[in-house]
Design a protein around this ligand. Sequence first.
Ligand SMILES: [Zn+2]
Length: 258
Amino acid sequence: MASLHQVSGIILSRRDHKEVDRWYSAFTRERGKIEFLARGAHKPLAKLSPHLESFCEADFLLVDGRHYHTIAGVERRRAFPNIRTDLSRLLLAKNGLHLVDIGTKQFEADPFLYKSTLYWLKFLDQAPSISPERSGFLLASFALKLLAITGYRPELNRCLACKAPVESKSFRWHALKGGVVCQKCVQADEEQWFASRPMDDDTLKLIRFALAEAYPDQLKPHLPGQTLAAFHEAVESLIVSHFPTIPANSLRGACLVC
Ligand SMILES: [Zn+2]
């Protein structure tokens, strides 16, 4: 017997299925990431889709089938209507939700990630138009916070090996091990830290800033080109090392697509 249940969530992505049907991926408060099918033939998809296609938090009424969920109803809880009125905000919202989609596994409820994703949409809903360069930085910042919430908070202050605070100009970066390592430890065990890369002080500072500060405060500071490039390289190295699925595009690239 199929049973009904209701969850609150945010649509992350969708894909068409057999012309009339559509699969959706949603991040829900109760069950983490789930997928469900909207059947065009049974209940007109047109009725449901305005609430499934826009940036909003909604209540979904799902039918639990033996192999998958089907959606029977949707009610909007909270909309973020301003996001769509500006291309930079629209791209950031889409790309942020895409990162949640590929950065999480199914059925792992995470109330903090749920809240933080809603906060991202709320921020974008109230944000001004954002330059592509700043967009790339904000998206990387969202990715860093996502990594931290899902258990991969990078170590940015103490050496991963000896735990001593890292000092200016005498540390390296190891994405797979997740953070900074001091020169002494690298020299003591070169084989172990073979994959570590050089990083300068300004890049480390920018990573700390992006991880710690709220998005509205990240709209202001100047982003020097060279530091920004190294920053993106470091964040992308973390994503490649720790996400369950690796994004097809770089975060910088994702914000330039029109
Ligand atoms: Zn050390």
